[in-house]
Design a protein around this ligand. Sequence first.
Ligand code: NAP
Length: 319
Amino acid sequence: MTDIHALAVAKLSPMFVSQLATAFTLHDRLHETDPAAFAALAPRIRALAASGDSKVSAELMATLPALEVISVMGVGYDGIAVQAAKARGIVVTHTPGVLNDDVADLALGLMLCAARQLPAADRHAREGSWLQAPMPLARKMSGARLGLVGIGRIGQAIASRAAAFGMSIAYTARSARPGLPFPFFDSPRALAAEVDFLVVITPGGADTRHLIDAEVLRALGKGRGEGILVNVARGSVVDEAALIDALERGVIAGAGLDVFEDEPRIPVRLSALPHVVLTPHIGSATGQTRQAMADLAFANLREHFAGRPLPTPVPECRG
Ligand code: NAP
């Protein structure tokens, strides 16, 4: 297969790159780094290799007449113009399932950190403030009410962990899943009004943009400054300006955030807040999971060029 030309459209994991390099002639971000060389090569590019936060526009695809397949190393593919790909018969693949545990683990970690104020407690102990005063009391997590905005593969992995904490679980999505034993609410606002922790785990993109807005945050706070918001989905799902405002004014109690609207940039007003826990989009960032994601992203390309069924096409490209 090494006569097949593939283009990396973003800085990719070395675990993915090392496999790609054994099977393809791999070009690294040529469209950005060397437009002249890219223009000469573009007619021969048959595969794109991308990460979960990569952008692949219809315009980029239009410059690649031989493009057949786009493999995303990540489950979220909101940066890929899937309908434009589909219209051209280009198949898009992603890596669902193998990262469920890690993202769910991080969601629970952010819930615990925000509720029990673990980063602040660490600073309190480390910096000697304990000599002056004990830590202020925190919020109990075990037995509290969890609301999930999205209850797909990762949402259900979060639910099973939360059950071990004795939490009650409810959810919202576009439609109820009859097989699940949890109450369904028909909007994030209705759900937020009934829970202590609201965890966001939907896809990003236009359909979910600002699903969590000022009104949802007001419902979560219940007029008493309660409620903790955790976002492990995409920054675009939460109206970040409304969230900052709600946190500054004490509308809600706190937040745990792995994703941001303009990441890797985080607004100073957000990072200045003491009752917020921030992580730099590390939901799937363990060696074990990144290897499994790289293996699956590579397998999708390998199977495509071997003429075999694809392991994990995105839903829009199935069947
Ligand atoms: P999934 O199995 O497809 O589940 C998505 C859930 O979101 C479903 O319950 C779906 O239910 C719901 N949903 C979709 N569109 C919605 C809308 N417009 N309004 C309300 N609910 C909606 O996906 P997954 O594998 O759990 O992954 C979810 C997302 O997590 C990914 O797309 C990605 O953005 C994010 N993620 C983040 C990290 C990280 O590092 N932080 C890592 C991996 C994934 P309905 O279809 O019934 O609406």
